[in-house]
Design a protein around this ligand. Structure first.
Ligand code: ATP
Ligand code: MG
Length: 137
């Protein structure tokens, strides 16, 4: 079964909406199969966001994701990589559809509440970063 890696980012944890966010995934028939909370080290943040190294927003992104605890989850379900990206909403605020998590709760392009893997390859890479002991494809 397909899996994806989700991060509930510091701004969402600070807003007390972990439960609201997880409910939206569960209502879409996706199953939480791993879950943890932690304050992210710069090293892990830099590994996770390595594709963005050198971009103008990179330092701001690393500062943000490391400022207070996040919640990391593995979700499982049919077509869950695309489904979760849809539920989360677009990266650009002007493209976020009503009802998406980012449209409802994001404060801007940086503080956008959630991360989700964008491909099967990314999900495999990211699951290894956040849940190195997770067994099962
Ligand atoms: P995420 O990877 O966090 O799920 P995403 O896949 O929608 O978000 P990416 O292109 O992977 O977007 O960018 C990663 C993060 O970098 C975004 O969530 C956002 O916070 C930040 N970001 C992306 N583009 C910009 C930009 N043009 N200006 C400022 N921040 C940006
Ligand atoms: Mg991304």
């Amino acid at each position: 079964m397909e899996k994806t890696l989700v991060l509930i980012k510091p701004d969402a944890v600070e807003q007390n909406i972990i439960g609201n966010i997880i409910s939206l995934y569960e209502e879409a028939n996706l199953k939480v199969i791993a879950l943890k909370m932690e304050k992210v080290s710069r090293e892990t943040a830099e590994t996770h966001y390595k594709e963005h190294k050198g971009k103008v927003f990179y330092q701001e992104l690393i500062d943000f994701i490391t400022r207070s605890p996040i919640c990391a989850l593995i979700l499982e379900g049919e077509n869950c990589i695309a489904k979760v990206r849809e539920i989360n909403g677009a990266t650009k605020p002007e493209e976020q559809k009503p009802g998406t998590i980012r449209k409802k709760y994001a404060k801007g392009i940086t503080e956008n509440c959630v991360h989700a893997s964008d491909s099967l390859e990314s999900s495999k890479r990211e699951i290894k970063i956040w849940f190195p002991n997770f067994k099962g494809e």
